[in-house]
Design a protein around this ligand. Structure first.
Ligand SMILES: [Zn+2]
Length: 337
C-alpha cells in the first residue's frame, strides 16, 4: 500500500471558544476517517513532536517563546487564534506529524505517500506571529525539514480557499522552495495577488492564482491543468507537499466557492499524477481548513482513496463554463510577462 496516514486522537485536545469554526469536532471527523482506514488494514504512523530547533527553522525565537508561554493556559494570540492548556503541545505534534510524514516518504520506496490529518491548521502562521487559527506553520516546518535532509527543490501547493500567507512569506526569498497557491480573492487574509511573485533569489518561486468567489470544479480544473502542473514541471521538485484545505467546498460555512468532493478528488489526482511523474511519487498531503465537518470527512476520504492506488492517472479534463478560471489564468500570465 503506497499510503500511510499520520494522525492521532491528540488533535482533539486543542480547544477553541464556543462557536469557533476551527473546533474539536473537526478532529473527531478525521478520527472517524482514520478508524475506517485502520479497520481496512491501512497503516497509521503516530506523530512525533517537533523540536525547538525544527520549529526554529521557520519561526523566530521570540515567537516560539511567546507560544511556549501559553502552555497550561487559555490565551488569545490573535483576534481569531486562541489557545487552551494543551494547544502548544498539540500544534507541536501537528508540525512533528509533518516531519514524520516527510521522513517516511523520503526513506521509503518510490510512490511513498503520506496524508497528515491534524489540527490546528498551519499555513497562516508567519515567522513571528500566530494568525487565522494557526500557531505553528506545519507545512513550512515539513519543507524546512526536507531541506535540512539535503533536498534542494521542494514544492508546496496550497488549495485551501485562503491564501497561505505564512508559507509564502517564510519562503519568499528562497528559490529552493516553490510555493503555489490558489485561493478566493479578495478574501482573508488579504494577500495573494498574482503580482506577488517572490523576492530576490526567490523571485518567480512564488505563484499566486487568485480566484473570484463562486469558482467551481471546472474553474479549478482549468487552473490546475494550465498553471499549477506546468509550473511544477518547470521546477522539477524532489518532493511535493500539499496544503489540503477543503474550505473551497460548496458546503463550507466560511468561504464562497462551489467546489464539490469530486472536484477535490480531481485536484488531488492531478497532483498525485504529477508527483508520480516528477518526483517518484513522493507526496505529503496535510489538512488545513475545512469547516463543514461532513465535507471535511468526505474530502479526507477522497484523498485517501486517490493516494491508495498504486498508479494514479491525471483525471479527464472537465468542460463547461470556466470564465472564472480563465480570468485567473489571464491574471497569472499578465503578472509573469
Ligand atoms: Zn482556509
Amino acid at each position: 500500500m503506497p499510503l500511510v496516514l499520520v494522525t492521532s486522537d491528540r488533535f482533539a485536545d486543542h480547544i477553541t471558544p464556543p462557536g469557533h469554526p476551527e473546533r474539536v469536532e473537526r478532529a473527531e471527523a478525521m478520527q472517524v476517517v482514520a478508524s475506517r482506514w485502520e479497520r481496512a488494514g491501512g497503516r497509521i504512523l503516530a506523530p512525533r513532536r517537533a523540536s525547538d530547533d525544527e520549529l526554529a527553522r521557520v519561526h523566530d525565537a521570540a515567537y516560539l517563546k511567546t507560544v511556549k508561554e501559553t502552555r497550561g493556559r487559555a490565551t488569545t494570540l490573535d483576534p481569531d487564534t486562541f489557545t487552551s492548556p494543551d494547544s502548544e503541545d498539540v500544534a507541536r505534534s501537528a508540525a512533528g506529524a509533518m516531519l514524520t510524514a516527510v521522513d517516511h516518504v523520503l526513506d521509503g520506496p518510490p510512490r511513498s505517500r503520506a496524508f497528515v490529518m491534524v489540527r490546528p491548521p498551519g499555513h497562516h502562521a508567519e515567522a513571528d506571529r500566530a494568525m487565522g487559527f494557526c500557531l505553528y506553520n506545519t507545512i513550512a516546518v515539513g519543507a524546512a525539514g526536507a531541506r535540512a535532509r539535503g533536498l534542494s527543490r521542494v514544492a508546496i501547493v496550497d488549495y485551501d480557499v485562503h491564501h497561505g500567507n505564512g508559507t509564502q512569506w517564510i519562503f519568499y526569498e528562497d528559490p529552493a522552495v516553490l510555493f503555489v497557491s490558489s485561493h478566493q480573492y479578495p478574501y482573508y487574509p488579504g494577500t495573494g495577488a498574482a503580482t506577488e511573485l517572490g523576492r530576490g533569489e526567490g523571485k518567480g518561486f512564488t505563484v499566486n492564482l487568485p480566484m473570484e468567489v463562486g469558482a467551481t470544479d471546472i474553474d479549478y480544473d482549468l487552473v490546475y491543468r494550465e498553471a499549477v502542473v506546468p509550473v511544477l514541471e518547470g521546477f522539477r521538485p524532489q518532493l511535493l507537499l500539499v496544503s489540503a484545505g477543503f474550505d473551497a467546498h460548496e458546503r463550507d460555512p466560511l468561504a464562497g466557492m462551489r467546489m464539490t468532493t469530486d472536484g477535490f478528488g480531481g485536484l488531488t489526482s492531478r497532483l498525485v499524477a504529477a508527483a508520480d511523474t516528477l518526483c517518484d511519487g513522493r507526496v505529503v498531503f496535510v489538512t488545513e481548513g475545512g469547516y463543514d465537518t461532513s465535507a471535511l470527512a468526505e474530502c479526507c476520504q477522497r484523498v485517501i482513496d486517490v493516494c491508495s492506488a498504486e498508479s494514479v492517472a491525471a483525471p479527464p479534463e472537465l468542460s463547461g463554463d470556466s470564465r472564472r478560471g480563465q480570468d485567473t489564468l489571464a491574471g497569472y500570465r499578465a503578472a509573469r510577462r
